[in-house]
Design a protein around this ligand. Structure first.
Ligand SMILES: Nc1ncnc2c1ncn2[C@@H]1O[C@H](COP(=O)(O)OP(=O)(O)OP(=O)(O)O)[C@@H](O)[C@H]1O
Ligand SMILES: [Mg+2]
Length: 250
């Protein structure tokens, strides 16, 4: 189980910004969680404190009762935590096949790299020898990064908006792939998403806004609430809750 206890995150810039506020969450083994909520709510920041990209300002993170709060990305990766970024980084001088082989080398089951590409809707012969650089489109890069996470037999896999920039056909395939990987490896999957179709995969949905957990419950309960109420980024409560910029003079 991955447990976050009273975690907060404050930005280190000139202005003190509280990005995450007293987050308490338990991610039980072998479950699928979807984290959703308005833009700027703190979802990617939550993913980054799980992976160790950001270190929490206070609070603790435990993996199977082991305190990993002070561990860096590499140490957490060794324990079986993986993260597919919202905007994947690109690497000069490395080919797609090398990147995937490297990821698959962590997995005793040695996933076939052509299958991995197929699972994210890419044709292996077109992509294996491509460089992982700016020549790849946003959607292609996103899929390749997801394939690197799928290549590993992970304990905790975090996907940050995997659907972003991915077309409809691949999107359906991606949803099936999440289910397969979850069944095959018993991975706990945490998906950050705004898509109802992805939310339908979840055992539980976590709603984040303003750096806090505003709700967490079984999928159907939260989904019904979202569909009925919409979501709003205004700090002032507004009618119907859908984007009416209450108090805006402009
Ligand atoms: N280094 C930083 N300094 C100041 N503010 C930051 C910093 N990093 C993130 N933020 C702010 O923290 C908030 C949460 O950002 P985060 O990227 O976690 O949101 P998100 O829920 O993933 O949004 P989206 O749905 O748009 O991806 C945002 O308001 C963002 O501007
Ligand atoms: Mg984000």
């Amino acid at each position: 189980m991955l447990e976050i206890q009273g975690a907060s995150l404050v930005s280190e810039g000139d202005e003190r910004v509280e990005i995450l506020k007293n987050i308490n969450l338990k991610f039980y083994d072998k479950k699928i969680y979807v984290v959703t909520g308005p833009n700027g709510g703190g979802k990617s920041s939550l993913a980054k404190i799980i992976m160790g990209v950001f270190n929490t300002t206070s609070g603790k993170i435990l993996l199977d009762d082991q305190d990993i709060t002070k561990m860096n990305i590499t140490e957490r990766a060794r324990l079986g935590i993986g993260y597919a970024f919202q905007s994947p980084p690109r690497f000069k001088g490395i080919k797609v096949k090398e990147l995937l082989k490297m990821a698959a080398s962590f997995n005793p089951e040695k996933e076939n790299i052509c299958n991995l590409l197929y699972n994210v809707g890419l044709c292996a012969q077109d992509y294996l020898n491509r460089d992982v650089d700016a020549s790849l489109s946003g959607g292609e890069m996103k899929r390749i990064e997801i394939a690197t996470v799928l290549a590993r037999n992970l304990k905790i896999a975090v996907f940050d908006e995997p659907e972003a920039g991915i077309d409809l056909w691949s999107f359906q395939k991606l949803a099936e792939t999440f289910k397969t990987i979850h069944m095959k490896y018993d991975t706990t999957i945490i998906i950050i998403s705004h898509q109802e179709r992805i939310m339908e995969l979840a055992d539980e949905i976590i709603l984040m806004s303003n750096g806090m957990i505003s709700a967490q419950s079984e999928r159907d309960i939260i989904l019904a609430g979202i569909l009925n109420n919409g979501s709003c980024m205004c700090s002032t409560k507004c009618e119907k809750g859908v984007g009416q910029n209450a108090g805006c003079a402009g």
